[in-house]
Design a protein around this ligand. Structure first.
Ligand code: SF4
Length: 387
């Protein structure tokens, strides 16, 4: 049995022929950045230690060629846990009457950014439920205040589905990036995860609007979400291949007790890490976080994520008093520490595996080899010596 080097978890290679085919597919993916739907499904279905190690090694090599040993940090400010939606997997869904609701004030949000700036953060992520209180006027005011104080910083928004005009106003006010997980690229799966008043089409409309307006756009999905099949994950990978997001947030599904999925099994660190590697091979320069959810289900989850090809971590800058209340899933980590402790903890964790948290906006680096390959469909340039 091969012991996996990167995830610390074991996954036996059973059939020699299959494992050879998988490593061939990984090789092909690293060169062409594209596979068929059937090939992606095969990669997932038949994964084993040998394949997982091969994917991680290539992913890390490619990422190091573009980003070196730098890990970008984003200061997460959870501005509100009030939401008009009822996504079936989410702990702050409107039907959860046990949720202790809060909103940060404008001044509290700006104070979080001030603390973050002094700790070396140059990106602030304003994340919240779809809370109508945060009108375009209010968000534009907050964005403008942070930008005028810290023009060297990037602002990322993660406040859900809005209209084109709303996204445009927020962008014009200074927002640089927008995170909106697509959740699943399978229409039927989307329906099973969401209430009837939400739609796959509107989610895709939002992502396309954000791209058209000029944001750096992030999509993503949960690994091991209820009803998810390997075919559905293959569709997610095809979607990522086509959409070419600037950021891609994937983390394991972790159930929340007060949701319809409270008794469902959680996703695994093993598959999440493998998919991080595959996504790095699809899109070499993508900004890929090792998520808090990954750290929640495995004590070294974020380190494993980085060693599988991720290059971003997102320490919490929210006031400690509200952190526990922003509970998207059960047992979320990092809810008791001060912002400085969170940053120091992650810095120590990253150093322990040979990486360095940097003071930098952390924008996506366009990779000439990849861009040439995907736009001209020509020969890939083996710039990093990883292929
Ligand atoms: S996932 Fe987002 S939109 Fe859905 S209920 Fe949770 S906070 Fe609201």
């Amino acid at each position: 049995m091969t012991v996996r080097k990167h995830s610390g978890l074991s996954f036996k290679c059973t059939e020699r022929g299959k494992s050879m085919k998988i490593t061939d597919l990984i090789e092909k993916l690293a060169v062409s950045h594209s596979l068929s739907l059937d090939e992606y499904e095969f990669l997932i279905e038949n994964r084993c230690d040998e394949a997982i190690n091969a994917a991680a090694e290539k992913a890390v090599c490619i990422r190091k060629g573009i980003y070196g040993n730098a890990v970008y940090v984003r200061g997460l400010i959870e501005i509100s846990n009030i939401c008009k939606n009822d996504c079936k997997y989410c702990g702050i869904r409107k039907s959860n009457t046990d949720c202790d609701r809060y909103r940060l004030t404008r001044d509290e949000i700006i104070e979080c950014a001030e603390t973050g700036y002094s700790l070396g953060f140059r990106t602030f992520v304003l994340q919240g439920g779809e809370d109508g209180y945060f009108s375009d006027d209010l968000l534009c005011d907050i964005i403008g205040a942070i930008k005028s104080k810290y023009p060297d910083c990037a602002i990322t928004l993660s406040v859900g589905e809005r209209s084109y005009d709303s996204y445009k106003r927020l962008y014009d006010a200074g927002a640089d990036r927008y995170l909106l997980r697509h959740e699943t690229a399978d229409r039927e799966h989307y329906r099973l995860l969401h209430p009837d008043d939400m739609s796959y089409d509107n989610r895709m409309r939002c992502l396309n609007d954000l791209r058209e307006i000029g944001y750096q756009v992030g999509c993503g999905f949960m690994v091991g979400s209820p009803y998810q099949t390997n075919r559905m994950i293959a569709k997610d990978l095809k979607f990522i291949e086509a959409f070419k997001p600037d950021m891609c947030g994937i983390g394991p599904f972790v159930p929340h007790k007060n949701t319809p999925f409270g008794d469902m099994a959680q996703g695994t660190a093993e598959l999440t890490c493998y998919l991080l590697s595959i996504i790095r091979l699809i899109h070499p320069s993508v900004l890929l976080p090792a998520t808090t959810a990954l750290g929640t289900i495995h004590p070294q989850g974020r380190e494993l994520g980085i060693r599988s090809g991720a290059n971003v971590v997102m320490p919490n800058l929210s006031p400690v008093l509200v952190r526990k209340k922003y509970e998207l899933y059960d047992n979320k980590i990092c809810t008791g520490e001060e912002s400085a402790q969170c940053r120091d903890c992650l810095e120590t964790r990253m150093r322990s595996i040979g990486y360095e948290i940097v003071t930098d906006r952390g924008d996506i680096k366009r990779d000439a080899a990849y861009d040439a390959k995907t736009s001209l469909k020509g020969e890939v340039i083996n710039k990093n010596g990883c292929l």
